[in-house]
Design a protein around this ligand. Structure first.
Ligand code: AMP
Ligand code: TRP
Length: 323
């Protein structure tokens, strides 16, 4: 089974990214041939600062290595190290109906927000289809927000196969990470960089403490029952075993449990939980050249899988000399 996913380098990861995506990516390494890439081409649709892109891309590699991606097992590479994917994106763009792209929620949202949209944003799903189809991936683990992009990938694959009368591409199965609950942020809304309500997993401890202590709670007095659906309790639960959660929730519902106590305990649990990752990250941080070696080796292994698929697509479409 071949598993593929791309992650956009968009700044430092938060607890929501970890529980919503990174943890699953790490776990999936054991289940098949996992390929993960740092989607720096895709980041060009939003980031316009070259230095920032380089820094974010490098940091994302560190984050994934810190969280437990094992480069001896999984392939980790930088998307732009395989420009083959952009050639395939062009090929696929010629069998992608305009109407399909015009229906993309993410594009329509950007238009609705009044952003100055460009062709790259419009063509984003075609590049994503190329990423996936070039490996004939079986399973693509992504968040719910990417579901439509995967449906488009299947349409585009079918369209190419139909157009050129060859089954060059396999239709991939989306694996929507929907059994993972949305992690709330410190203000109770979905944790997201754009809401400024995140707890960044690798931030200095003082910053993490400030974020945890700042989790918004209501003014229910200590002796009164508490609403365990509140962000504080949901965040705390991420770091607790089932029986511990049952015990704490019972105390909360009975009254007598103060929010301050829960916050302190959450902070201690959170720091302990991410301590091994933090330690591993510090080690990789001091080995910049080794990180580049991991990515170079990843690109080499990725190319060995990607090149034959691209060649088959070129041949089916009558590009280059007859084989
Ligand atoms: P983003 O940086 O928002 O594109 O998110 C990257 C990945 O993390 C996606 O797979 C999201 O589904 C996941 N993710 C982001 N925020 C959260 C959250 N608050 N709860 C759960 N998963 C999240
Ligand atoms: N669009 C995805 C996101 O923003 C990232 C991505 C790019 C991706 N190419 C992909 C995910 C291919 C899965 C497969 O999260």
């Amino acid at each position: 089974m071949r598993i593929l996913s791309g992650i956009q380098p968009s700044g430092e990861p938060h607890v929501g990214n970890f529980f919503g995506a990174m943890r699953q990516h790490v776990e999936l390494q054991a289940k098949g041939e996992a390929i993960y890439f740092l989607a720096d081409y895709h980041s060009m649709t939003s980031i316009r600062d070259a230095g920032e892109r380089r820094r974010f891309t490098h940091e994302l590699a560190l984050d994934y290595l810190a969280c437990g991606i094992d480069p001896a097992r999984a392939i980790l590479y930088r998307q732009s190290d395989l420009p083959e994917v952009t050639e395939l994106a062009w090929i696929l763009s010629t069998v992608t109906p305009m109407g399909l792209l015009e229906r993309a929620h993410s594009f329509k949202d950007k238009v609705a927000q009044g952003l100055a949209v460009h062709h790259g944003l419009f063509a984003y799903p075609v590049l994503m289809a190329a990423d996936i189809l070039i490996y004939n991936a079986d399973i693509v683990p992504v968040g719910q927000d990417q579901k439509q992009h995967l449906e488009m990938t299947r349409d585009i694959a079918g369209s190419f196969n139909h157009c050129y009368g060859r089954e060059v591409f396999k239709l991939p199965e989306p694996m929507i990470l929907e059994n993972v609950a949305v992690v709330p942020g410190t203000d109770g809304r979905k944790m997201s960089k754009s809401y400024d309500n995140t707890i960044r997993m690798f931030a200095p401890q003082g910053e993490i403490k400030k974020a945890v202590m700042g989790i918004v709670t209501d003014s229910t007095p200590v002796d009164q029952p508490k609403d365990t659906a509140a962000a504080l309790f949901q965040l705390w639960s991420l770091f607790a075993k089932d029986d511990e959660r049952a015990a704490l929730f019972a105390r909360a519902q009975a009254g007598g449990l103060g929010y301050g106590e829960v916050k302190k305990d959450l902070l201690a649990r959170l720091l302990a939980y991410f301590a091994p990752q933090r330690e591993r990250r510090a080690q990789w941080e001091s080995r910049r050249a080794d990180v580049e070696d991991v990515l170079a080796d990843g690109a080499r292994r990725a190319r060995a899988i990607a090149r034959p698929t691209l060649d088959a697509a070129r041949d089916a479409a009558g590009l280059g000399p007859a084989r």
